[in-house]
Design a protein around this ligand. Structure first.
Ligand SMILES: [Zn+2]
Length: 586
């Protein structure tokens, strides 16, 4: 997997979701949510920089509350540009300006820490964290709005970090010792992001010294194994390490980091595409801990950012498929169906608890994942176009030979069918790559009505586009029902990329408790379930797909039919649900 083959991910204003797709309703709900957060928490977000309350003998208040402003700015800048809503864009610009106004002379964001007493570990440990999240929002604002003052502000934050903590020449350096876990080192990913804009080698040298002297990072590079850590912070830090490898053209380190990413997928990731329990990774088999503190939404989104960065660097379909898995499952599952509520943890069984603390970090992280969905559907490289998700949408993509308009009218995930229309300049020629998901079967393509035989290249069907200016490509495939391992004898059922769950709104009187009454037989088949309004006690919720699958039930001699619904839609309205079942033993 080579470092020198980058792909271009479209900008937020270049792709629009269309009605009828899987994500549009959730995307629009997210825009409402972001505006609501601004109207109700705008001052609160900035307040963490405006004042620091503390009384003798008490902790400094709002130690990590500064993280919300930068995270909101990151998500809202994407959403505002995608929506083409000028009032929303103005709201974002004004917020960025207010945030910048809290920068101190020395670059530090927010009121200085108290200097008339010793700070405790907790207070010191979260100090760089909010500098990091400020940089996230400001750099997004610069990249997407071209506002030089936001770049300047982010640059001065980085100056403060480097000036305060350089040199890092031992494992006992303050930068290493003061962080709580990875709270300090996470900043390396924004230092490397800033490097892309400034080319300041001091940033690379600082990040390099962090990797050399922070033992968990050094060990990861020596062993190629992920460090057992907070997955939110770990993914953020790995992104910085990936970008240093890229800046130094260090293929060997890059390969080690890809290996660590794969180990996270193979050992630590739930079938739903996120990771961690109780904000941590752990050794040993993954557990379907009932009502468990699984899949912190911050970890889900930071996993997406790491994976999308690897995709951007390599264009490799492996990463596109991983993005699909997390987006269709863990990400959307953590969001309420109207987009106005978020889970902190998203379990595989029992209940979703929206707006359930103890902290609020995730309520600002989830929206950052949703806003990136349009950027996952397409990509381009020279004169090649890539279709990665089968989502109804339009896009205007820049290629070497000029821009290409693309429209996708998709039936997916209802059925495996999508129509892709391309409009190009009359002399445009290039390649259209359509990702063939590893879960798909019987994948066929027609170009302007004619069957095409192409071979699979790097996970995609390659189609030569030439000789016209309008093309219609019909893609069809079947979506098999598969079993995806959680651990030991326990599996989730999956239809294509979507994990399915038994939701009690569809399965009254079904036992989904600790006892494993229900189990998965060898042969499983899926049929559409045509139930109407299965449990009338609930408010009207968006239509959910439902499927009928026959499973074994210890209470009966015959198989029993159960109704499954996508994990992403299960458990809304507070309904109990279950996702993982054992295989039937002989
Ligand atoms: Zn969180």
């Amino acid at each position: 997997m080579t470092l020198n083959n980058p792909i271009t991910i479209p900008l937020p204003n270049e792709v629009r979701l269309l009605r009828g797709g899987r994500f549009m309703q959730r995307y629009d709900g997210n825009i409402n949510y972001l505006k609501h957060m601004h109207d109700h928490f705008g001052e609160f977000m900035l307040g963490a920089f405006a004042s620091r309350h503390y009384a003798p003998g008490k902790l400094l208040e709002r130690i990590w509350d500064g993280e919300y402003a930068g995270k909101w700015l990151d998500a809202a800048t994407h959403a505002a540009l995608n929506s083409h809503d000028q009032d929303f864009v103005a709201m974002v610009d004004e917020f960025a300006a207010k945030l910048r106004s809290y920068q101190q002379e020395d670059g530090f964001m927010g009121e200085p820490l108290p200097s008339d007493r010793d700070l405790n570990d907790w207070e010191l440990g979260w100090n760089v964290w909010v500098q990091w999240t400020s940089m996230i929002g400001l750099l997004t604002h610069y990249e997407l709005r071209g506002e030089p003052a936001s770049l300047e502000c982010a640059t001065r934050i980085a100056d403060w970090v480097l000036q305060t903590y350089s040199p890092i020449d031992s494992d006992e350096a303050a930068f290493i010792g003061q962080g709580r876990g990875f709270t300090n080192v996470a900043v390396i990913n924004q230092l490397m992001r800033l490097y892309k804009h400034t080319g300041n080698e001091k940033l690379c040298n600082f990040v390099d010294s962090v990797i050399q002297h922070f033992e968990p990072l050094r060990k990861m590079m020596e062993t190629g194994e992920p460090h057992i850590a907070h997955p939110y912070m770990l993914c953020a830090t790995l992104t910085g390490m990936v970008d240093l490898a890229l800046a130094r053209n260090d293929q060997q380190s890059f390969d080690i980091l890809v290996g660590i990413w794969r180990a996270l997928v193979n050992v630590h990731q739930f079938p739903t595409g996120s990771l961690g329990e109780d904000e941590n990774l752990y050794e040993g088999p993954l557990n379907d801990n009932p009502d468990g503190k699984l899949q912190e939404t911050c970890a889900t989104t930071e996993w997406i950012f790491l994976t999308q960065r690897l995709y951007e660097i390599t264009g490799d379909a492996e990463f596109a498929e991983a993005l699909e898995k997390t987006s269709y499952n863990a990400l959307v599952a953590a969001q309420s169906d109207d987009g106005m509520k978020w889970c902190y943890y998203t379990p595989l069984r029992y209940s979703k608890h929206f707006f359930h603390g103890p902290t609020r970090c995730c309520f600002w992280s989830g929206p950052r994942g949703i806003v990136r969905i349009p950027s996952m559907i397409y990509a381009s490289r020279k004169n090649e176009i890539f279709v990665n998700f089968f989502e109804s949408s339009t896009a205007a993509l820049e290629t070497q030979n000029g821009s290409v308009a693309i429209k996708q009218e998709s039936q997916f995930p209802k059925v495996g069918s999508t129509r892709i229309s391309l409009s190009t300049l009359s002399d445009w020629s290039g390649i259209l790559n359509i990702r063939v998901p590893t879960w798909s079967e019987a994948f066929t393509i027609k170009l302007d009505g004619n069957d095409l035989t192409t071979t699979l290249t790097n996970g995609s069907m390659r189609i030569e586009i030439d000789g016209s200016s309008e093309y219609v490509i019909d893609v069809s495939f079947s979506i098999p029902l598969t079993k995806e391992l959680l651990s030991e004898n326990n599996y989730a059922l999956k239809r294509g990329p979507e994990v399915l769950s038994v939701d009690l709104r569809d399965n009254n009187d079904t036992w989904i408790g600790k006892n494993d009454l229900i189990s998965i037989p060898d042969e499983i088949e899926l049929y559409p379930a045509d139930q109407q309004n299965p449990w009338p006690g609930f408010k009207k919720t968006p239509k959910r797909p439902r499927y009928r699958i026959s499973l074994d039930d210890r209470r009966t001699t015959e198989r029993m039919d159960f109704t499954f619904t996508p994990y992403a839609d299960a458990g809304n309205d507070g309904a109990a649900f279950r996702t993982v079942f054992p295989l039937t033993s002989e």
